[in-house]
Design a protein around this ligand. Sequence first.
Ligand SMILES: [Zn+2]
Length: 281
Amino acid sequence: MLSTSALELLPPLSKNDFVDLLKIYSASSMEIEPLIQTQSRPFRAPHHSISSNALIGGGSLGRVGPGEISLAHKGLLFLDEFPEFRRDAIEGLREPLQSGRVHLTRVGGNCILPADFTLIAAMNPCPCGMYTPLNNRCRCTPDRKAQYQRKLSSPILDRISVMVQMNVTSSVIENEYVEQSAQKIKESILICSEIQGKRFRSVSALPESAADMSHPDFSLDEKGSEIVKIWQSKFKASFRRVNQTIRVSRTIADLNGHKKIGSNDLVEAWGLRCFDFYQPF
Ligand SMILES: [Zn+2]
């Protein structure tokens, strides 16, 4: 439910992105009529039994077709029960998550397809889904839990910028309140995306997710650099992980109207990775 709501919060599709999407859908067996009518960003939610070719793209005999990641270009790709997807399908997300496109090589042909999507993935804390730090009723064996967790490799986890734990809630939120806050969030996302659009267009023609981090807006002050040093020495954070966190902190700074990345923005971005702290295994 939250992932479909997230689509509503995204800024409208630009003309160029819409034309790119039309090209992708025309090259697939998908109907393009619904896309033309709504002109909305795509939302794709394939089942975890999907093959790697259908998710990443592929084909045979020289006919290379777009996969779900390209059909979700400039939109949302929702993967429920993330660790249940095939290992090769999960690992195939590495390149597009990094660069916003995918190289497909098959017998008789190869091509590069756009795949600049936002990934939303959901998973249970353990195979039986009953583990919680406060009220643990998990029935899984330690081996089974470890096997479940191992399905997500460090390079894939490093490419996921934000991880949050969803708790069971009994409170009922008033509809009016939800609508008001959704409108506010939508406005702040639109402002933030305009700021980032200007910044990235000025430095690189690459998708925003792969934009050059040498831009001065990513520079850290002395305190920020100290914090990053602690991540690297104490938590053994990889280079990619540090970069991801700085990117998130830049977005948080934009949402807060900060010109420079502050140490509070950095710390908030680091805290948005509950998987690192929430290790039941
Ligand atoms: Zn369990």
